[in-house]
Design a protein around this ligand. Sequence first.
Ligand SMILES: CC(C)(COP(=O)(O)OP(=O)(O)OC[C@H]1O[C@@H](n2cnc3c(N)ncnc32)[C@H](O)[C@@H]1OP(=O)(O)O)[C@@H](O)C(=O)NCCC(=O)NCCS
Length: 222
Amino acid sequence: MTIPQAATVRPYRPEDRAAVFRIAADTAFFGEPIEAYFEDRHLFCDAFYSYYTDLEPENGWVACAEGRVIGFIVGSTDTKAYQRRLMRHILPPMVLRFLRGAYHPGPQAWRYLRALAAAAVHREFPHADLDRYPAHLHINLEAGWRGYGLGRRLMEAFIQRLKSMNVPGVHLHTTSMNRAACGLYRSCGFDLLDSRVTRIWAHLIREPIENRCYGLTLTCER
Ligand SMILES: CC(C)(COP(=O)(O)OP(=O)(O)OC[C@H]1O[C@@H](n2cnc3c(N)ncnc32)[C@H](O)[C@@H]1OP(=O)(O)O)[C@@H](O)C(=O)NCCC(=O)NCCS
């Protein structure tokens, strides 16, 4: 398909942060706005996206059209380091903000957090070997800009960066409900590494949903 308006893909800049957060929240419920299951988009973005924009901005790209950001890919080259730095640099200030009343999770958010905890206990999260696939990513486009090849262009920019850094592999987590995403990952050469049926969404969606983990082995440039 051809893009209706010229769109570009360029490296992430600090001034893109608010647009990345907006798109992350607008697409968090299988491509739809997060308010379907979580009332506080600031809490969600601080927890799940501020690491990438604030601590690994050099590994982000944005898609732009009509003079604004309409999509992004962000990620980490080293998931073990990401986990350590998240605990050290992102979570403590978030706890302080929470205690000061800056976040407003409602009943849906608490329900979601309880469902996440239950899913962890019941081993509903698929596994990736972080030695083989140390990098990970998140990719999202605004609703009106999907299906025009921009997801592939963002993915190519991110993968090129990983190859230039000799990163041996990349993985990502998604679900069977993210059908375009699963199609993109397969068409970019990712393999399905692991999948587990989950009950996280059972109160909102009737059909059974799988958590999926895809991985791609990278051949380095040198
Ligand atoms: C997933 C997403 C980033 C893909 O980007 P995109 O620009 O729509 O995808 P592209 O146009 O680059 O398509 C690339 C490939 O993905 C696959 N694909 C795209 N849309 C698809 C769809 N609706 N169903 C199945 N496969 C699809 C195709 O294999 C396609 O290759 P082809 O054009 O050669 O057939 C985008 O659709 C999106 O943001 N979706 C909502 C949010 C989301 O699910 N994010 C991922 C969370 S894990």
